[in-house]
Design a protein around this ligand. Structure first.
Ligand code: FES
Length: 98
């Protein structure tokens, strides 16, 4: 995906993996997590990104997840979401989905 298509600090849904991917660009870093909340399967790409702690909030019940490792940072979610490696190649972000 072109970096120019990833707005700074906003979540973007892209196809890939089982449930789609949620991509977030924060400065020179791009994060990719599964686009499905581990609590009740809500799309995380609908959520708000907090650049200060590199997290995204699920809009359904308010759990936040680390964009770095997918761990839930508050209830009600107790399980992590999958994260994927992102490589920056020129002006593109390339996500590795096993
Ligand atoms: S569905 Fe995300 S916190 Fe409940």
């Amino acid at each position: 995906m072109k970096l120019a298509d990833l707005p700074e600090g906003a979540a973007v849904h892209v196809e890939g993996g089982r449930s789609g991917l949620c991509l977030v660009r924060l400065g020179y870093d791009v994060f990719a997590v599964e686009d499905r909340c581990s609590h009740q399967n809500w799309p995380l790409s609908d959520g708000e990104v907090d650049p200060a702690d590199c997290s995204i909030e699920c809009t359904k019940h308010g759990s936040t997840f680390s964009l770095k490792d997918g761990q839930p940072l508050c209830l009600p979610a107790t399980q992590p979401v999958a994260t994927y490696a992102v490589c920056l190649e020129g002006d593109e972000a390339v996500v590795s989905v096993p």
